[in-house]
Design a protein around this ligand. Sequence first.
Ligand code: T4K
Length: 370
Amino acid sequence: MKQFNEPIYVTRPYKPQKEKLFKYLEQVLDSRYYTNFGPLHNLLEERLRQYLGVKHVILTANGTLALQIAYKALNVKKKAISTPFTFIATVSSLIWEGIEPVLADIDPHTFTLDPDKIEKNIDSDVTAIVPVHVFGNPAPVEEIEYLGKEYSIPIIYDAAHTFGVNYRGKSLSSYGNISILSFHATKLFNTLEGGAIVTNNDSIVDTVKAMRNFGITDSQTGEIKTIGINAKMNEFEAAMGLAVLDDMEYIISTLRKNYNIYKELLSDYLEFQVIRDHTDYNYMYVPVLFPDEESVMRVKNELNKHDIYPRRYFYPSLDTISFIKSLCKCEISRRIASTILCLPNYVGLEEDTIVYISDIIKNTLKDIKK
Ligand code: T4K
């Protein structure tokens, strides 16, 4: 059995150059400006705006608060259509805001919402569509934009996994009325904890900015025009982001290399997510589908014995969760959720280890067949 220096997790946060990070941190300490829109926060917002090629990037404390602010800013009430195949934050944030999630089933190959099933669920109480570009794979944005216009309902994309993904030549986060990003430590681009609201819509920017700062519209006069929350990113987090951002090309090319090795070794044995055409993908996740749940569990247990920890992202399908009163028995999502495993992928994962993981998977599948 191969001995690793540390467990092989599904992901590891990217470690930027220490000198660069420490220089930023020194700047923060010396300036004694730790939070509330300090210089590094503002610099990061501007640099992300340029990197993503969008009109507005509004940093937040995490992706979940970004979702909650997006719902409030766009006046989402009563019901919103979303997906059962996502991280719980997408849907629990709706419920937290008093909005009933209406779950529609997904496409079995891309794992993103099926537009026909979205349309079937639209009624006069539906005030938003909240699709997820799951694992960074674009949802069917053209069809969804069409539905948004046809029924006059806003689209809020949960784009938590999409950093660095371009679709039809522009950032995937530039679609919809609002897209939200997550910069959690486990994400491709990370600020420890963090997130952002991305929009090209000038008319909501002031409201969104006020909402992340208790609703305060002018800190000098103390003017408060809207309800708000504390969703600010601090200077230490912004420092991390600035240090990581310079290395995006290197991070994505490394993840792409890893992903392609897995694909070469495993695509005869397992099904890979179908990435939509016209996508420059970020290769952050390596989700693979097994023939059935038993094989998932056998392979997962076998890998765990070798100190390797893939994850069942995203299990269970959210329509099976007790506090989510779903009318949809989302069969496709349930099947995908019970047969999926996300394999380790991060900068620093060695090629030998990917081969080792793939061999364990193949051998276990062979044993099951016997
Ligand atoms: N929408 C979607 C679609 C999302 O996926 C998420 C978050 C959100 C919204 C909400 O965004 P945030 O509010 O989080 O910004 C993780 C993350 O906590 C979560 O951010 C992420 N999605 C989700 C997919 O994954 P867990 O519970 O699986 O994380 P955890 O702690 O088990 O970490 C996974 C592995 O990563 C660990 O086994 C070891 C490794 N790890 C983790 C951390 C935190 C490290 O090596 N170092 C670390 O610092 O949720």
